[in-house]
Design a protein around this ligand. Structure first.
Ligand SMILES: Cc1ncc(COP(=O)(O)O)c(C=O)c1O
Length: 448
């Protein structure tokens, strides 16, 4: 980088960090020792001083095609000049339909309609509201109960945290939604430690849904929502056969199955969706993040024809679903999504992720045996490491490892408690996989 370029990026560093309250961040510590990036390209971020940082997390599980890809950048630039905004209540614009059509083609048969919002949290709340309203529209208004799962993450809306299963995200916010219950999570270290892909143990945990049906009665249950692979609580691949059993039980009892594919969609597990990988199709599927490779905020829900059609019985002039967002189908998001889909197709990025799965897992498993590493889980382009906690200070080891990784090793990783997760852009090359985990090992050595 030339001196002028370095000076230009340096100028982007803010000189007073106090006013901004960062989400999911210990703000006091961050402001004493900030982790700032000023630009990005492909597999790298760049610190304000120009130092490249290898991106081990695709930003936040989202920049699946890599950063600042020319095709996406140009599409957004052109769109901003052509149509900045179009309302999506009662009006729309052609690209929104184009994105919906392509999404229907990319997702498994049985998901026939797309609804747009702006984030994964909105997508989760959209799906939950649709499920309750669907049953009411079908004359089953008593089906209002929502079933989530322990260790689930569905964003930060009241619906999402109510069905979610991460206690720090729930305990501060009062009584949450009424009428929610939870399946047990699927992780058991004694049975599953150091598994690649779907663990053999744990399909029986889906039968807990039958217990909840026996307890509450199916006539009170609207939907079950799960992440096909729980992401935010440390990447927990589903046990073999687990999702199929959930699907069977939902069918048996007339319960809608919602897959939250905000993380697993768009190639993360080597397929367009986790539903495709695991051969199980939900009634509603949420998505966000990779849909635009994170270049413009966007989320949404794919739904089956039966769901959409349940809302189509009113008078012609009547709104069918009383739900939506000012920025549903925003032109910049639509342009970014279309360009992103083109990149995914042209570069075969989902296939590449599938082909790279074994090499990525091999690189991750080189850390097996490190004294701090209690477990490694891998699936698709995901790897998670459970670290031995610092006694009495839950989350400190993970936090210190993430800080050291950024400041000293120049890699970006995702921390969740004492778990560190990797989910790099799908364009990662094999040499970069080795580099990523070698540098991560140095970070672990430094915080041991
Ligand atoms: C499965 C899942 N659902 C929902 C969300 C929330 O997405 P957002 O942060 O865009 O609201 C996330 C975010 O990581 C997620 O992993």
């Amino acid at each position: 980088m030339s001196q002028t370029e370095a000076a230009a990026t340096h100028a982007k560093a803010p000189n007073d960090l106090e006013s901004l309250w960062l989400p999911f961040t210990p703000n006091r510590h961050f402001k004493r020792d900030p982790r700032l990036v000023a630009r990005a390209k492909d597999m790298h971020y760049f610190k304000p001083d120009g130092t490249p940082v290898l991106d081990g997390t695709a930003g936040l599980w989202c920049a699946n095609a890599g950063h600042c890809r020319d095709k996406i950048v140009s599409a957004i630039q052109a769109q901003a000049a052509e149509l900045d905004f179009a309302p999506s209540f009662q009006f729309s614009h052609p690209k929104a339909f184009e994105v919906a059509n392509q999404l229907v083609a990319m997702t498994p048969e049985g998901l026939d309609y797309a609804f747009f919002c702006n984030s994964g949290s909105e997508a989760a709340d959209t799906a939950l509201k649709m499920a309750i309203a669907y049953h009411r529209a079908n004359g089953e208004a008593s089906r209002t109960r929502l079933i989530g799962r322990e260790r689930g993450y569905h964003g930060v809306g009241f619906g999402g945290i109510s069905v979610g299963g991460m206690s720090p995200n729930r305990k501060f916010y009062g009584s949450l939604l009424p009428g929610v219950d939870h399946l047990p999570h699927t992780y058991n270290r004694a049975e599953q430690a150091f598994t690649r892909g779907e663990p053999e143990w744990g399909a029986h945990l889906a039968d807990e849904l039958q217990r909840l049906v026996d307890l509450h009665d199916a006539s009170t249950i609207a939907a079950v929502i799960v992440e096909p692979m729980a992401g935010s609580t440390g990447a927990l691949p589903p046990p073999q056969g687990y999702l199929k059993r959930l699907r069977e039980l939902c069918d048996k009892h007339g319960i809608l199955l919602i897959f939250d594919e905000v993380i697993t969609g768009f190639g993360r597990l080597g397929h367009a969706t986790a539903a495709e990988r695991f051969g199980v199709t939900p009634d509603i599927m949420t998505f966000a993040k990779g849909v635009t490779s994170a270049a413009v905020p966007m989320g949404g829900a794919m739904v089956g024809r039966h769901v959409y059609e349940a809302f189509q019985s009113g008078p012609d002039h009547m709104i069918d679903l009383f739900h939506g967002y000012t920025y549903s189908g925003h032109p910049l998001a639509m342009a970014a999504a279309l360009a992103t889909f083109e990149l995914y197709r042209e570069e075969g990025l989902f296939e590449q992720a599938r082909a790279n799965e074994a090499a990525f897992a091999d690189a991750a498993f080189t850390l097996k045996g490190h004294p701090l590493v209690l477990d490694i889980r891998t699936i698709g382009m995901v790897a998670a490491f459970d670290l031995a906690p610092v006694e009495g200070l839950m989350g400190k080891r993970g936090y210190d490892a993430m800080c050291n990784a950024f400041h000293e090793q120049n890699i970006m990783v995702r921390v969740s408690g004492d778990t560190i997760a990797f989910s790099p852009p799908l364009i990662i090359e094999e040499a970069q996989m080795g580099e990523l985990f070698e540098r991560f090992k140095k970070a672990l050595d430094a915080v041991a």
